[in-house]
Ligand binder design. Structure first.
Ligand code: ADP
Length: 431
């Protein structure tokens, strides 16, 4: 089937094992990096199993493309989401009940409708695949309340389907959550590791970021890249600045209307516009292979978001850069947002911890890729050998005594002065 329907010679890492487990009726969690080839893991079993495979995915804007691609490969598939009318929906449901499709994609919001769940009980569903499965965990970076309905759905389904949960970003805590919610034994998790060897990570700290960005874009004019900014306002102002400087740029954030957004996205995917400035609303599930760099103009709120966004670079396996522009103000803004956002103390303290890890990433002197892998639970990952820190040629100098002198001076001055005054005192200024 891999060759016949999809035209691939061999499986990628993890695919075969996941498919074998699922075909053997074992509930499975698959953790593979972005671009690792998760779709095949449910598409091939869907062809081999009787009845229908239900695919739950939050990526509504991509469902049509996914279904079109399957149809082109000769696989009967359809989707149900808010983009189609009620009438069309019930027609499709009818066809589903009559066994016209092997794969049915649904948005998680559908599951909140009891009538819809009831309808599904009359369909022979052999397998339920849950894409972006980290959305089920409140500790994930993208929790979706409607994902919690999946549990009820599975419990009530007369056909007792096999479950396959898929994600690219799950800390051990989130993996536990996924397994527990969906009835998967932790030993049936297949993880191919999170490492992306073609990504070159770096953190820019002590430079004016606007100047850095302009210089970088000038040097990489013909390459495709994404710039992530934290707010809509920031996206708009960067966009204006880049257009004025003569860069062909797209723009994307949740404040634009649906039509504008999909136009901008299409232009970027078709390579009409090489550059995209966006908030984190952009990019989920986008299969654009030749993104050569992802720049974070502001520090994101946690490592999960960072790695998922940065991971959109280099899906084709060619060398690509992931650059984070750090500034202390970003930390203050993120802290403020956490304070504002959720009344639960436990949630806030969890988010603050994650933010601090993000900051640790910006200041680590060790391998950046290895830091990320450890964050996602890998033990003793090897240094990548090509990130900013691995290639740092500076000599280290012992400045312990000097640091002690600075701290001692700060203390003796009553901890009431800023760095200018402290350095004046330390250097014996007559000021
Ligand atoms: P993910 O969902 O894990 O990000 P996809 O399922 O979209 O990844 O697959 C990423 C790309 O890899 C797609 O273009 C897909 O066609 C390709 N791909 C998947 N499996 C294989 C394989 N065994 N051999 C070659 N290419 C593959």
């Amino acid at each position: 089937y891999l060759q016949e329907y999809f035209g691939y010679e061999s499986f990628r890492k993890g695919q075969e094992q996941i498919i074998e487990q699922v075909l053997g009726g074992i509930n499975t969690a698959g953790i593979m990096p972005t671009g690792g080839g998760k779709s095949i893991c449910y598409q091939i079993p869907a062809l081999l199993l009787p009845g229908v495979t239900l695919v739950i995915s939050p990526l509504i804007s991509l469902m049509k493309d996914q279904v079109d691609a399957l149809e082109q490969n000769g696989i009967d598939a359809t989707f149900l989401n808010s983009s189609i009318s009620g009438l069309e929906s019930s027609n499709r449901m009818n066809d589903i009940k009559h066994g016209r499709y092997k794969l049915v994609y649904v948005a998680p919001e559908r599951l909140e409708n009891p009538a819809f769940q009831q309808d599904l009980f009359n369909v022979e569903i052999s397998m339920v695949a849950i894409d972006e499965a980290h959305c089920i965990s409140q500790w994930g970076h993208d929790f979706r309340p409607s994902y919690l309905k999946i549990k009820t759905l599975l419990k009530n389904m007369p056909s007792a389907p096999t479950v396959l949960a898929l994600t690219a970003t799950a800390t051990p805590h989130v993996t536990d959550d996924i397994c527990q919610s969906l009835g998967i034994s932790v030993q049936h998790t297949v993880s191919t590791g999170f490492s992306r060897d073609n990504l070159f990570f770096s953190v820019v700290k002590e430079e004016n970021r606007s100047r850095f960005l302009m210089r970088y874009l000038e040097k990489n004019k013909n390459e495709s890249g994404i710039i992530y900014a934290a707010t809509r306002k920031e996206v708009d102002s960067l966009y204006a600045k880049l257009i004025k400087a003569g860069f062909k740029t797209g723009r994307y954030h949740a404040g634009m209307n649906e039509k504008e957004r999909s136009e901008q996205q299409d232009q970027f995917i078709r390579d009409d516009v090489p550059l995209m400035v966006a908030t984190s609303a952009f990019g989920m599930g986008i299969d654009k292979s030749n993104v050569r760099y992802v720049i974070h103009y502001q520090t994101p709120k946690n490592m999960e978001s960072y790695y998922q966004e940065a991971g959109r670079a280099g899906r084709d396996g060619l060398e690509s850069e992931c650059i984070l522009l750090y500034s202390p103000q970003d930390m203050q803004i993120q802290r403020f947002l956490i304070d504002q956002s959720n009344p639960s103390q436990e949630w806030q303290s969890q988010e603050l911890k994650k933010l601090n890890r993000m900051k640790d990433y910006c200041f680590t002197e060790g391998c950046l890729q290895a830091f990320i892998l450890r964050y996602f639970g890998e033990e003793n990952p090897e240094d990548c050998g090509h990130c900013e820190n691995c290639t740092d040629k500076r000599d280290s100098v012992d400045v312990t005594t000097q640091a002690q002198m600075v701290l001692s001076c700060m203390l003796r001055m009553g901890e009431r002065f800023g760095k200018t005054m402290i350095s004046q005192v330390l250097t014996g200024s007559r000021n």
